[in-house]
Each structure stands twice: as structure tokens, then as C-alpha cells.
Design a protein around this ligand. Structure first.
Ligand code: ASP
Ligand code: MG
Length: 487
């Protein structure tokens, strides 16, 4: 009797996500493949398109929509780029396989763009099909490069694995309940297999099977959804930087890496400007213990920022200052707006129907201030005018503002934090336009004129992290070790 070999089932421990910034040329793609190979635990991979490819696809898409034949040139460039990388990275046999797979993807793209350009019309589903090609190309490329190390890989295109979204949109949300059910067979197949699963980031599909996008830079979000589906313990996103910093290094040269952040802190930082991690990452794993790490793909063994579920307090309370320089305030005035029940809800739902995102709201009895991105402010004003709400007497927009989020666990309940911020601004003669504290457990928001924004963030960073004021020096204990940034 032949004894049947029992199948080993092993869970994926870590999901590794590679962004476009670490898939840009042959040496970075090779590094990614080696990072994957060197992991000791069972892993799954999620990729973005190669650096710059989504922008090029978007360019080809708009050219074809405006019936400009030059879209073909852009497409040729994308094809060439992938073929050259494949020829540099793959053996002859695998190069043959790559050209076959790429031909399929490019034939499809050709047909799509030709069709769009013929009729000069499109649909969100068509646009999503065009843009999703970048991730399909990079996933197959990376999978084949990984196979050069002697192991097997399998690509899962995310419109074919039940990554179902709620509605067709360029910023669709994954329907997690349906995903959990649909994804079961994929998880089981992966747990029973001994291949590397490589998933495409950035898109899923609607229930009727149309490709739908998850928003620009949405592969982080995809990676979180997949980490949930695979029941992984860790999600590591590889970038060309090691993680979150105390400020944007292009503004503050002394900005330093933050080793540990809580999920809420990182969401505040992402939401208001830090481009390190997509703020939607937290939704799919809100009920999971998954630890999220950011690492620099150039130094994969060194930990960058680790993001934990629990709050972590640092001595200085504030861990980082993030900045968004594209801010407008839409002021909605009227003697009764503050006590008119439901008015904010009514405005909010109208704006969200049009996909206008309100960053934050500051209210008083006679005035509601909506904080928005500049282009959204104009659109929001038009929508609110159409509401014809009698309580609203005046609508004004103030442009050219910047919002600075001072983020750290404890900002709300630690006495003296706001006071300290005010005195830094006063000492540096910076006028504060708006101030909001208490809305978030972990953030204080300041709004200043855009022309003062850089000086504000430099002054805050300098005085908070780098030096003590003369007063503080005089007050402090001469034996203390100084006010250094520790977590
Ligand atoms: N490739 C997509 C973009 O560039 C998604 C991503 O990078 O995460 O937006
Ligand atoms: Mg990208």
C-alpha cells in the first residue's frame, strides 16, 4: 500500500509590500527579490506598479480620451521599460515567459485605449482596467525574478480573488465581510502550497466583476486587506525611507526617524501630509493584532518605524509635526448655525455624495469652519449655496493656508502643551489663524498662513526637539540629561 504523504499546512506570517519607490530599476527589483528570499518565515507579497508607471498609464489614458494618437508612444515606452527590465533580470527561458505574459497585458491595453480613443468616451470601469495594468506587470515581473532564486511564485490578480469593493469609484472601499468569505479558498491554497504568493495592489473589483481602484497609493490599503485575509502577524511595507520622521526632511534637515508610533498617531500623520503610509491601512485590520512596520528596502535588516496597536507615550509627548500646505477654510456664517440641529450632518452628507473630503471642522455658535483642500473648498461652496439653508447668511473662503498637525499620545491630557506651542509661535512672531485641540486624542491642529508655514514648522521642530529656550534652560535641573527625543 502506498502511504499518502500528509500535506503540510502553514500560515503566512508576514505580508511584504513593495511600493513603486523600491521597484524602479533592475537593481532595486533584484533587492526586493532577495529581501523576500531571505525571510525565514512564510511570506506573501503585495506590489505597486513600478515607479512612475501609474502616472504614465494615466497620461496614455487621458491622451486616448482626448483622441490624441500619441497615447501609443506612451504605451510603447511602458512596454519597452518592462521588457528591458525583464531582459536584464531574467534567464532566457523566463524572459520568454515574461514576454508572453506582457503581450497579453499590452494587447488588452491597446484594445482598451484604442476603443476609448475611437469613441472619445469612457467609464470608471475602463479607466480602472487601464490603470490596473501597472500592478499586473510588476507582479508578474517580480514573481519571475523571484523564481530565478530557484523557488516557485504564483501571481494573484486582485480582481480575481474576491477582493470586492462596495461601489465603483476611484477610491473604492473593500467590502470586508464579502472579502473574508471570498478569500477563504485563496488562503487555504496558499497555506497548503509551497510557492510565494504575489498579489497586485491598488485595485479590486465590483460585485459584477468590473475592475475598481482603491485610490492613488492604495497598495498599502490592499496590503492591509490581504494581511487580514491571510491572517498574518506582521505587515512590512518597504519604502525608500525607513519610516515616519519628526518632520518632513525637505523642510527640516534635522528631522529624525520615529522608531515607534501608535496606529492613531500614524493615521493622523498620514492624513495630514506624511506620505509614508496610506491612512486607509487601519480600517481592514482594526480588529486584528497585526503589527505594521515600515522599512527601507536598502537596509531591510534595520527596523524603521514600528506601528503598534497600543499607545506609546514619549517624554516630549509630541512625536512629529506634519504639514499640509493645500488648505482652505470655508467659513459658513449665520447667527443660528451653531444651534441649528443637523446642519453639519446635512452639509457633510451632501459633500460626501460628491466625494469631497472635509479634513476637519471647527465650530462656534455663529460660524462653522470647514477645513478642506483648496480645490474642494470652491466645489463645497457651490454645493452649500444650492442647499438654500436659511440659517446660512454668508459663505467665505480663505485660501493659502497650511495645517500643521502636532501629533503624539498625550497631547490632549498633558497640561502645558498648547501653552508651549503658543509661546513658540509668539517668540517667532507667527500669527495663528486657527487652533484646535481636543478633537483628537493624539493631535493638535494649527492653521497658519501658507507664507508662514515653513517657518512655523521649523520653529516648532527646533524648539521642541533640538534646543531648549533660555527660560527652560534656566528652569531645568542642571543634572538632567537634557531634553532629547526619546520614546
Ligand atoms: N500604483 C498606484 C499609484 O501609483 C498605487 C500605489 O502606488 O500604491 O498610485
Ligand atoms: Mg505608486
Amino acid at each position: 500500500m502506498v502511504k499518502q504523504k500528509s500535506k503540510t499546512v502553514e500560515k503566512v506570517k508576514s505580508v511584504l509590500k513593495f511600493g513603486g519607490s523600491c521597484l524602479k530599476d533592475s537593481s532595486s527589483i533584484l533587492k526586493a527579490a532577495l529581501i523576500i528570499k531571505n525571510r525565514k518565515e512564510k511570506v506573501a507579497v503585495v506590489v505597486s506598479a513600478l515607479q512612475g508607471i501609474t502616472d504614465l498609464l494615466l497620461d496614455a489614458y487621458y491622451k486616448s480620451l482626448s483622441q490624441n494618437k500619441n497615447y501609443r508612444g506612451t504605451l510603447d515606452y511602458i512596454r519597452q521599460k518592462h521588457l528591458v527590465l525583464a531582459s536584464e533580470l531574467l534567464s532566457l527561458q523566463r524572459f520568454g515567459k515574461a514576454t508572453e505574459i506582457f503581450s497579453g497585458i499590452f494587447d488588452n491595453l491597446d484594445r482598451l485605449l484604442q476603443g476609448i480613443s475611437l469613441v472619445g468616451e469612457t467609464s470608471p470601469g475602463l479607466k480602472a482596467r487601464v490603470l490596473s495594468s501597472g500592478e499586473r506587470l510588476s507582479a508578474f515581473l517580480l514573481a519571475l525574478v523571484f523564481e530565478e532564486t530557484g523557488r516557485k511564485a504564483r501571481v494573484y490578480e486582485s480582481d480575481r480573488i474576491g477582493l470586492v469593493v462596495d461601489r465603483q469609484s476611484e477610491e473604492a472601499e473593500v467590502n470586508l465581510q464579502k472579502f473574508d468569505k471570498n478569500f477563504l479558498w485563496v488562503r487555504q491554497e496558499i497555506e497548503a502550497g509551497s510557492f510565494l504568493p504575489v498579489f497586485t495592489g491598488y485595485f479590486g473589483c465590483t460585485e459584477d466583476g468590473q475592475v475598481a481602484l482603491l485610490g492613488r497609493n492604495g497598495s498599502d490599503y490592499s496590503a492591509a486587506v490581504l494581511a487580514r485575509g491571510l491572517q498574518a502577524e506582521t505587515l512590512i511595507t518597504f519604502k525608500d525611507v525607513a519610516g515616519f520622521l519628526t518632520a518632513d526632511p525637505s523642510i527640516v534637515a534635522q528631522a529624525a526617524l520615529i522608531p515607534v508610533l501608535s496606529r492613531t498617531e500614524s493615521a493622523e500623520l498620514s492624513y495630514f501630509g506624511a506620505k509614508i503610509l496610506h491612512p486607509k491601512v487601519w480600517e481592514p485590520i482594526s480588529d486584528r493584532k497585526i503589527t505594521v512596520e515600515i522599512r527601507n528596502y536598502e537596509q531591510p535588516e534595520i527596523s524603521g518605524t514600528t506601528i503598534t496597536r497600543n499607545p506609546v507615550r514619549c517624554k516630549n509627548i509630541i512625536k512629529s509635526f506634519s504639514i499640509n500646505r493645500d488648505i482652505s477654510v470655508l467659513r459658513i456664517e449665520g447667527p443660528g448655525v451653531g444651534y441649528k440641529p443637523g446642519i453639519i450632518g446635512q452639509i457633510g452628507s451632501r459633500l460626501s455624495e460628491k466625494e469631497i473630503n472635509i479634513l476637519t471642522v471647527l465650530t462656534s455658535q455663529t460660524c462653522i469652519n470647514l477645513i478642506l483642500n483648496q480645490t474642494a473648498a470652491e466645489q463645497a461652496r457651490e454645493i452649500i449655496i444650492k442647499l438654500k439653508e436659511p440659517a446660512i447668511r454668508k459663505l467665505t473662503i480663505e485660501n493659502d493656508l497650511a495645517l500643521i498637525a502636532c501629533v503624539g499620545t498625550g497631547v490632549r491630557e498633558t497640561p502645558g502643551i498648547a501653552d508651549r506651542i503658543f509661546s513658540i509661535l509668539a517668540r517667532n512672531k507667527i500669527n495663528l489663524e486657527f487652533f484646535s485641540s481636543g478633537a483628537s486624542e493624539v493631535a493638535i491642529y494649527l492653521i497658519v498662513k501658507n507664507k508662514d508655514a515653513l517657518e512655523t514648522i521649523r520653529a516648532l521642530h527646533r524648539e521642541h526637539f533640538q534646543k531648549k529656550t533660555a527660560d527652560e534652560r534656566a528652569e531645568s535641573n542642571p543634572h538632567s540629561s537634557g531634553d532629547t527625543f526619546v520614546t
